[in-house]
Ligand binder design. Structure first.
Ligand SMILES: [Zn+2]
Length: 138
């Protein structure tokens, strides 16, 4: 088992149970895919977009927390990849709301912001954005 779920002060998180190499697909967002209009209220904060549908992911991927200096990213197939070597005991994090300028230019309507996604970040990164209330385009 490469990953483990731990209880945190506010919810849960996913941690490396062993040293993980860069580039490895650690897990994948999988679950039912629905149009935005059919995303249940309780799932709004968990869904991830793939094409024109929204995947309602199961654990452990749905439990991976946001980080402003993440050690993981999500590929086009919704695989979670290590961006750098991750040490045993480190929490896995993904930047939920950063997009490439090319992706935004190709489909600006896909990068709308739902106010229910806004949250105060406490990831502890030196460059933490503090308040996540819109897409950061890079
Ligand atoms: Zn942060």
């Amino acid at each position: 088992m490469r990953l483990e779920v731990r209880e945190l002060a506010f919810g849960r998180g996913v941690f490396a149970a062993e040293d993980l190499p860069v580039g490895l697909i650690l897990t994948r967002y999988t679950g039912p895919a629905v149009p935005w209009s059919e995303v249940p209220e309780a799932e709004v904060a968990h869904v991830i977009k793939q094409g024109q549908r929204w995947v309602i992911p199961g654990a452990p991927a749905r439990l991976i927390n946001h980080g402003c200096a993440p050690n993981c990213d999500v590929d086009d197939t919704l695989g979670v990849l290590a961006l750098r070597p991750i040490r045993a005991g480190e929490e896995l994090t993904i930047d939920y709301h950063t997009a490439s300028a090319a992706d935004v230019a190709a489909d600006p309507a896909a990068y709308f912001w739902d106010p229910r996604w806004t949250f105060a970040c406490q990831c502890g990164a030196a460059d933490c954005r503090r308040r996540i209330d819109g897409w950061r385009v890079v």
